[in-house]
Design a protein around this ligand. Structure first.
Ligand SMILES: [Zn+2]
Ligand SMILES: [Zn+2]
Length: 66
């Protein structure tokens, strides 16, 4: 099951649009800016072309890799 990127709380169902704990809006599907492949919002890299996603850059930032 998908979890809220803000607080880590699992969504109640696939239809959930908001986190039931913190109220943050659930991110939609992400489209790769490089090749147009549909990715999960938690994917750090495109599995087709290997391009890093915005989420991947955020993760790098959080890990201090930047
Ligand atoms: Zn949340
Ligand atoms: Zn791609």
């Amino acid at each position: 099951m998908d979890t809220c990127p803000a607080c880590g709380n699992p969504y109640k169902s696939d239809l959930s649009k908001f986190c039931s704990r913190c109220g943050a809006a659930r991110p939609g599907d992400v489209v790769c800016g490089n090749c147009g492949a549909t990715l999960e919002h938690t994917d750090c890299f495109c599995d087709i072309g290997g391009a890093q996603t915005a989420y991947g850059r955020e993760v790098d930032k959080a890990l201090g890799k930047e």
